[in-house]
Design a protein around this ligand. Structure first.
Ligand SMILES: NC(=O)c1ccc[n+]([C@@H]2O[C@H](COP(=O)([O-])OP(=O)(O)OC[C@H]3O[C@@H](n4cnc5c(N)ncnc54)[C@H](OP(=O)(O)O)[C@@H]3O)[C@@H](O)[C@H]2O)c1
Length: 277
């Protein structure tokens, strides 16, 4: 199968290239090669390759950056996704669109399933949801895969915590946002299991379980044997520009009910990542 992966330099893109490279002919796209906001170029590029599958991971992922520059956020996350979907339509390719737990408002007290109503609080969440809607409206053969709190190769919370622990005497981490840390490598494997099924639709795909960012930080330091004080603070005290959902835990209802894949507990996945990294 010919597979195109956008955002191939990103955390998830890198893992997808590794997973799909074993069995498929993979073209990973970097922003320098192809800016997804250029509709004509995207169409020409995809038409020249004629892939069977496009996995679209490229996105403006800086949540506060999106809040500060909504035009750019919609340009990349909404229109960029529209461009990819239209290009897939043209060559009759299947599409995977990677979306986010931030499409939810966070006012539930049990994990969100795929049938729950969305209600994004931030520009990032709104622009990613707009991307989902383009995919739904333009294509029949698509998988929308919502994930959360990703860590892999690149800039992420785990690496930031480990760096800050070397620089500071204590850390303050928010305790009023609960979600699920998700290993990019495991998500890439999950996507590889999903795409063969032909069971098109929307999927939640995060590791199992939940924690706050504060609990996540404490677990990282415990597993690494780092002795540093971590103080819980509120999101209000941190004062970030974008509002985040207080509770964005997702249940992988469709993946598990359809017998596609069961993702591991977040603590187990984190332990493996820290051992190898
Ligand atoms: N990170 C998370 O916690 C998280 C949580 C939920 C969902 N997601 C979703 O999961 C997907 C993968 O996330 P990630 O963490 O792997 O992201 P990432 O590491 O930030 O990678 C995103 C990639 O997209 C590329 N990109 C940005 N703008 C582009 C453009 N205009 N044209 C082409 N490429 C462009 C970036 O290239 P440059 O580096 O050159 O700018 C980068 O390589 C994204 O769709 C994201 O919305 C992420």
């Amino acid at each position: 199968m010919k597979v195109v992966i956008t955002g191939a330099k990103g955390q998830l893109g890198q893992e997808l290239v590794k997973v799909f490279d074993d069995e498929h002919e993979v073209t990973g796209i970097y922003k320098d090669d192809l800016d997804i906001t250029a509709a004509g170029k995207v169409k020409d590029f995809i038409s020249s390759i004629k892939p069977d599958l496009v996995i679209h991971c490229a996105a403006m992922t800086n949540v506060d950056g999106c809040e500060g520059d909504p035009d750019m956020a919609y340009k990349v996350n909404a229109f960029g996704t529209q461009n990819i979907a239209v290009a897939c339509q043209k060559v009759d390719a299947e599409m995977v669109y990677v979306s986010t737990d931030f499409v939810f408002a966070g006012d539930k007290d049990e994990p969100y399933i795929e049938f729950d109503a969305t209600g994004p609080l931030s520009v990032y969440g709104k622009s990613k949801l707009a991307g989902e809607n383009y995919v739904r409206n333009l294509l029949n053969r698509y998988y929308i895969v919502r994930t959360a709190w990703l860590y892999g190769e690149g800039h992420n919370f785990v690496r930031t915590m480990l760096r800050l622990a070397e620089e500071k005497e204590y850390l303050e981490v928010v305790d009023d946002q609960v979600g699920t840390p998700t290993c990019a490598k495991e998500l890439a494997i999950t996507i590889s299991k999903l795409v063969g099924t032909g069971l098109y639709g929307t999927y939640h795909a995060s590791n199992n379980g939940s924690c706050s960012w504060y609990e996540f930080a404490r677990k990282i330091f415990k597993l690494k044997g780092i002795d540093i004080e971590v103080k819980p603070i509120t999101s209000d005290k941190l004062g970030r520009p974008a509002r985040r959902p207080a509770y964005s835990v997702m249940r992988n209802f469709a993946l598990e009910s359809q017998g596609i894949y069961v993702m591991r507990d977040w603590e187990e996945a984190l332990e493996e990542y820290l051992e190898k990294g």
